[in-house]
Design a binder for this molecule. Structure first.
Ligand SMILES: Cc1cc2nc3c(=O)[nH]c(=O)nc-3n(C[C@H](O)[C@H](O)[C@H](O)COP(=O)(O)OP(=O)(O)OC[C@H]3O[C@@H](n4cnc5c(N)ncnc54)[C@H](O)[C@@H]3O)c2cc1C
Ligand code: FES
Length: 276
């Protein structure tokens, strides 16, 4: 179901910092020069960043946000020691990287894609909008929910066919999905079958963000007969399949989020049946 991941991934190596900018309090946009990652990173694939502190052995995984020539960008929240270190990187510095890792979103089908993101789940969706902007047969509608500052809209709007965002004072991404459904004449049937106003391309939801948000999006989609690809954010150790800390229970058995995901069809995820 997911995009094919390149079998070859170059080994860990230093990447030069091009830009490091605080978009809003505690949210950083970091641009790094690495031609292999910039050319090969599919939407929702991630990279490992390694801190310079030898006591912090584990890499920090981040979804690729945008690519441009031989530069790729990340967007991250400062939450702990690793991200605090990366926040202080300056142009010309280097940071060790590994990637791209994992399996990204499957965008092969010509479809109307709804890109539903919350908080720091937005980077892989911006990358998806960037990729879809080059697909003639598909559209991308970005629906983002924020706590307060709409820090990623300027980047997503570079690529999206349409963008709507909301913050906690007005509602959440389910509010945006309900608005989208009424604008498009889409209603939930009792049996979960989609009733679109006009027949045409399929609508496919891509989502990334807090677990509770993604489960609510998945429940909403099921009520409306839509399928969802979710990019999961599991705790990771190695990021490439050897430590087995990132397991997820699926209908295909216990899988590793880092190599079998991070993208999964939510219909395959155990424990995602709860209604919103
Ligand atoms: C596939 C994937 C993509 C991600 N993409 C992004 C992104 O685009 N932007 C963003 O802001 N965050 C993203 N995250 C979460 C990000 O990896 C963590 O916030 C980060 O590792 C925290 O590091 P720290 O040292 O500041 O925190 P600490 O709490 O000090 O970290 C301690 C350890 O726990 C791990 N850890 C802590 N929080 C998480 C977490 N939420 N997920 C996985 N490991 C964690 C760290 O990697 C580290 O090994 C992603 C996570 C995954 C799994
Ligand atoms: S993070 Fe090590 S196996 Fe997935």
């Amino acid at each position: 179901m997911s995009e094919f991941t390149p079998t070859y991934v170059p080994s860990r190596r230093p990447a030069r910092v091009v830009e490091c900018q605080e978009l809003t309090d505690g949210v950083v946009r970091l641009a790094l020069r690495d031609s292999y990652i910039a050319r090969h990173a599919k939407p929702a694939q991630f990279v490992n960043l390694y801190t310079k502190n030898a006591q912090r052995l584990s890499p920090r995984p981040f979804g690729v946000c945008e690519v441009d020539g031989d530069v790729f960008t990340l967007m991250f929240a400062v939450v702990g020691k690793g991200t605090e270190e990366f926040r202080h990187l300056r142009p010309g510095d280097t940071v060790d990287v590994l990637g791209p890792l994992g399996h990204g979103f499957n965008l092969r089908e010509d479809a109307d894609y709804l890109l539903v993101g919350g908080g720091l789940g937005v980077p892989p969706l911006i990358r998806a909008a960037q990729e879809l902007s080059g697909h003639e047969g598909s559209t991308s509608t970005v629906l983002f929910g924020y706590r307060n500052v709409h820090f990623a809209d300027a980047y997503a709007s570079r690529y999206a066919t349409q963008l709507q965002s909301i913050d906690e004072s007005e509602g959440n991404v389910i509010t945006l999905l309900d608005r989208w459904a009424s604008q498009h004449g889409v209603a939930a049937d009792a049996d979960g079958a989609l009733r679109p106003a006009a027949q045409g391309r399929r609508t496919v939801i891509l989502t990334c963000g807090p677990l509770g948000m993604m489960k609510a999006v998945s429940a909403w989609a099921r009520e409306h007969g839509l399928t969802v690809q979710a990019s999961l954010e599991a705790r990771m150790g190695c990021g490439f399949g050897t430590c087995v800390v990132c397991t997820v229970h699926t209908t295909r058995g216990i899988l590793k989020t880092c190599v079998d995901g991070p993208v999964f069809d939510t219909a395959q995820l155990e424990g995602w049946e709860a209604a919103r």
